[in-house]
Design a protein around this ligand. Structure first.
Ligand SMILES: Cc1ncc(COP(=O)(O)O)c(C=O)c1O
Length: 389
């Protein structure tokens, strides 16, 4: 049994989650950026130590055993058949999104995203001088859906060239079903829209939900889509900057590789390669136990909110370790809410509004932490809300 209850001090470790903004108040609990407060599995640590002890850190390249580990993981966990030639390593998925934007579209082209969504989608488009077009998700009866008529109309009206899908969807915790993905795919196919499917959270799904890799929905979807995967969320390896972009279509792969070459960020990180291979080779049991632990955290938070803070409505997560909470009943505007969370509840969260349309009045909690930390965080929140009256 792995011990996810262990509290580990992360302050002053160059951790963006703990050390950014130089926040000195040690009562503030960081629950914002999506990395976990858990140690990764022992085999990953051992692989990294072994590599460090080798002492030579020249240019790196993925070996056959690296590719095989990626292929095996995708097959075993997701019944996803990946061919070695389809895999392109990049130094992260946000990097890959930016490369995809440049590789598959032209300046001023329109790219569609569903809001609220992981905010770097928006930035990846705008920073590359393309235009963001939104298709807002519909929030009804505590869950989110896509209005497919609106989805298609938005594509037609704006001559959309590319759509960035988030599956599972951050921040709302939605795991798209095969039927929904089929509708997304067929509409995009009909209107010649390239799909970039960001599946970084693929390993975090709960209960009856199942992650469906976009290529598994329909064979023909391989012709016009790209799947972004990484071990970084699953095994807490974000700083090792290694992801695997899967592109079956030769033409798209060529365009992507050319853009990667042009950008100059081509050499993989040697420690990232080692860690990814070890994680995908030895990590299945660790992930199974992690998911059980996270489900325990989700249940704990759900019970806490229901019984002690019933005005706050948690959107029941089908996937991810990020919990999306509707706080509109508190009646605060976005600045008040942000100030209240940080300075009264002493919680450093991701504010709903940063995820765009539909995010105001929501907060995103990262619950990938020991239960003791989660308990403390929710008690701090309860106390602050009671004091407010
Ligand atoms: C949907 C999504 N994509 C990408 C990333 C970041 O990926 P990377 O660190 O590989 O750039 C995150 C991190 O939270 C995410 O939630």
């Amino acid at each position: 049994m792995y011990n996810f209850d262990k509290e580990i001090n992360r302050r002053n470790t160059n951790s963006i989650k703990y050390d950014r903004n130089n926040i000195q108040n040690s009562r503030i609990i960081p629950m914002w950026v999506a990395d976990m407060d858990f140690e990764t599995l022992p085999e990953v640590k051992e692989a990294l130590i072994k590599r460090a002890q080798h002492g030579i850190f020249g240019y790196a390249t993925p070996t056959n055993s690296y590719y095989q580990a990626v292929i095996n993981w995708m097959k075993a966990r997701h019944d996803f058949e990946v061919e070695k030639d389809w895999i392109i390593t990049t130094s992260g998925i946000v990097t890959a999104l930016k490369l995809a934007v440049r590789a598959f579209t032209q300046v001023d082209d329109k790219i569609m995203i569903m809001k609220p969504v992981y905010y770097p989608f928006d930035a990846s488009i705008k920073l590359n001088h393309r235009t963001v077009v939104e298709c807002p998700l519909v929030f009804e009866n505590d869950s989110y859906t896509c209005d497919f008529e609106l989805f298609e109309k938005t594509i037609i009206d704006n001559d959309i060239k590319m759509f960035i899908l988030c599956n599972p969807h951050n921040p709302i915790g939605k795991v798209w079903t095969k039927d929904e993905l089929y509708q997304i795919g067929t509409i995009c196919q009909k209107h010649h829209v390239i799909i970039v499917s960001d599946e970084i959270h693929m390993d975090f799904v709960y209960k009856v939900n199942k992650h469906i890799p976009f290529y598994n929905v329909d064979e023909s979807f391989k012709d016009f889509s790209v799947i972004c995967t990484a071990p970084s969320k699953t095994f807490n390896l974000a700083a090792l900057q290694t992801s695997n972009i899967i592109i079956a279509n030769e033409e798209l792969r060529k365009l992507f590789n050319e853009e990667k070459d042009a950008s100059g960020v081509t050499d993989p990180n040697i420690f990232g390669l080692e860690a990814c291979e070890a994680a995908y080779t030895y990590g299945a049991k660790w992930v199974d136990e992690l998911l059980e632990y996270l489900q325990g955290n989700i249940d704990y938070m759900n019970d806490f909110l229901k019984t002690r803070l019933p005005d706050l409505k948690m959107v029941n997560p089908q996937g991810l370790y990020l919990i999306w909470v509707d706080m509109r009943a508190l009646g605060m505007d976005k600045d008040e809410l942000e100030d209240f969370m940080l300075n009264k509840a002493n919680l450093w969260l991701d504010e709903g509004y940063i995820f765009g349309t539909g995010g105001d009045g929501f907060e995103r909690f990262n619950i990938a932490c020991p239960r003791s930390t989660l308990k403390r965080a929710l008690e701090q929140l309860e106390k602050a809300i009671r004091q407010r009256g």
